[in-house]
Design a protein around this ligand. Sequence first.
Ligand code: M6P
Ligand code: ZN
Length: 188
Amino acid sequence: APPLRPFSIRLDRSSLELLPAGPVLTRRLSDLEGLFADEAAWRADVDNGDPIVYTVASSPVPETATELPQSITRIRPGDVAGELYFTKGHMHPVAEGEIYLGLEGEGGLLLFDGTDIEFLEITPDRIGYIPPGWAHRSVNVGSNDDYSFLAVYPGGAGHDYGWVLEHGFGARVYAGAAGAELRSYPQP
Ligand code: M6P
Ligand code: ZN
């Protein structure tokens, strides 16, 4: 496909939609197989309605090399046996960076390079920077509200989900009495 012509996109501040809109992806709990610590609790919630965990609404900019696509991810509040709802998380197979801009709610950005863990708080108007070589997962750390953020990333970066199944994130995020708790686990 030829490069796009210049155009503008409107971010509707009340609906948090991008206009014009592109494809929308919906991820239900069943799409997050093998990712939550408590597999029995995960299966029970899948069998009991398989709730939507998050949606990803893209702009019309395609994921092709040299383009710069954007998307808005909205994560519902919720947990599986205390482990707060999150995105699948991925590594960019082509080592390139990405930014996230918080739009609503309270989020966490969990980053893992295979050795080090970082956890950034993302609230409205805060930008999280994801350097190349760091796998990234978003968590809704709010207890009642959606967490939404705008992502801007190189179109050729790609999404490696297998890396996460193999390496995990080095930590999990749980609902605690005094807010979200990051619990790291021993590295192999
Ligand atoms: C952000 C971006 C997207 C990503 C989405 C959901 O919007 O990083 O590239 O697809 O979050 O995350 P995941 O693909 O890990 O489910
Ligand atoms: Zn990414």
